[in-house]
Design a protein around this ligand. Structure first.
Ligand code: ADP
Length: 428
């Protein structure tokens, strides 16, 4: 084994998984371990969480599935990280290596697969069918398949991941946790677009929102930290990462959210344009001679702060370029901040007030500058940022002063834990 970029590399020929039983007091231990799976088209993220204390036993990422050079970055808690280089033609092959790694005598975390009580799957789109997490059966699979229509890029890999797990762990209960489910509480007047109503009836074109699992985790955690019941709070949760969305949560229910029929709507993001005049779309298509999929690519992958700045989709690069005097980088950040401010302001209005504004995800958790810039627009609501408390990264905390009428908080998101909690709740 050699060491590379913090990972011990295991070459294909070195992999010889042996199970871990001998090390664990000789045998079967009934545990509360939940395996959380999040499948992309060529990736598989996983976390094994011990729910007796919500600690992560191991986590990792299988990359380049079905592509040459596939590998798994496996991180067992308390042991060296391992990079496993092995061909993985499909998600089942990846999952086989992941599960072998989890029970391996050297790099594993559990004695045998019997110690996985259930699997929680992240599923991107649950349409109008799923307003909560569910135990997966064939009926549920059919429902997820029906949503492919509105999530053609995301639901198919999620389905592949579930099928692979079902084949490898046929007796383990599986739960689907939908990214759209938390937003299903939105009232009709938030989710219906001002288009001919028949389009909603025919194609289910409406606002669904996304990042629901993150908004839910952050909302519950905020209530816990404030020592209040979620049902008595008005919250605005700001998930500001490469993808960014905001939700207005009143009495535990989402009343509005910035992402729409797809994640393209709302804030400007790393590479997504967010809200624009829809008339621009046919205009660009005509002028640039673009097909629907080409224009979709332009709006989703070449716009946002990347499109405006021409520098990068990564906010750190943008901040660096701005510091070096790049005007378009500065402009892109200003436009991003403006969008966040407009959504927070309008959500405070639709909820008739707000008790707490919460920042999460890469930028929200780490950029004191972004929080400072955004919060200075809300003195009229009584927001008073504590600049010292705000000058920290990635830590759960209140960043407003004692006197601030609205609490401002940083709550690092934990979608995997939310998925594991939902899963445990359903299978217990
Ligand atoms: P996603 O899951 O959508 O990829 P993340 O929540 O991981 O997004 O957030 C990634 C974004 O957060 C990147 O654009 C990155 O630049 C930004 N980010 C992370 N750390 C910082 C920081 N210290 N300052 C500013 N931006 C940051």
């Amino acid at each position: 084994m050699i060491f590379y970029q913090n990972y011990n590399i295991m070459k294909q020929e070195e992999i010889n998984f042996k199970d871990n039983k001998d090390k664990f007091l000789g045998g079967y231990i009934k545990t509360m371990n939940i395996l959380v799976i999040n499948c992309g088209s060529s990736s598989l993220k996983y976390q094994l969480i011990d729910m007796s204390n919500e600690s992560v036993l191991a986590k990792g990422l299988a990359e380049r599935i079905g592509i040459e050079g596939s590998r798994i970055k496996h991180e067992p808690t308390g042991k060296d990280k391992v990079l496993i280089e092995k061909d993985m033609p499909d998600h089942k092959a990846a999952l086989e290596i992941v599960t072998n790694a989890l029970v391996d005598g050297e790099i594993g975390s559990i004695a045998s697969m019997d110690e996985i009580s259930a699997v929680g799957h992240r599923v991107v789109h649950g349409g109008e069918k799923f307003s909560a997490s569910v135990i997966i059966d064939e009926n549920v699979m059919k429902g997820i398949e029906e949503c492919i229509n509105i999530a053609p890029l995301h639901n198919p890999p999620n389905i592949m991941g579930i099928r692979a797990c079902q084949e490898l762990m046929p007796n383990v209960p599986m739960v689907a946790v939908f990214d759209t489910a938390f937003h299903q509480t939105m009232p009709e007047d938030s989710y219906i677009y001002a288009l001919p109503y028949e389009l909603y009836e025919k194609y289910k074109i409406r606002r669904y929102g996304a990042h629901g699992t993150s908004h839910k985790y952050v909302a519950y955690r905020t209530a816990e930290l404030l020592g209040k019941d979620l049902s008595e709070l008005k919250l605005i949760t700001c998930h500001l990462g490469n993808g960014a969305s905001i939700a207005a949560i009143k009495n535990g229910k989402v009343v509005d959210t910035s992402m729409g029929f797809t994640p393209l709507e709302g804030l400007i993001m790393g590479t997504r344009c967010g809200d624009i005049d829809p008339a621009i779309v046919p205009f660009i298509m005509e002028k640039e001679n673009l097909t629907p999929s080409e224009v979709s690519d332009l709006l989703n992958k070449k716009s946002g702060v990347l499109g405006i700045s021409g520098v990068s989709s990564d906010f750190r690069d943008i901040e660096d370029a701005m510091a070096a005097g790049n005007h378009r980088a500065k402009l892109s950040l200003e436009i991003f901040n403006n969008a966040v401010v407009k959504y927070i302001g309008s959500y405070a209005a639709i909820m008739d007030g707000v008790d707490a504004i919460i920042f999460t995800a890469g930028l929200g958790e780490n950029s004191k500058e972004a929080r400072e810039e955004i919060c200075k627009y809300f003195t009229y609501l009584g927001v008073e940022l504590d600049l010292e408390a705000n000058d920290m990264r990635g830590k759960e905390r209140v960043v407003s002063t004692e006197n601030s009428k609205v609490k401002v908080m940083v709550v690092p998101t934990n979608e995997e834990l939310m998925i594991a909690r939902d899963t445990l709740g359903l299978v217990k």
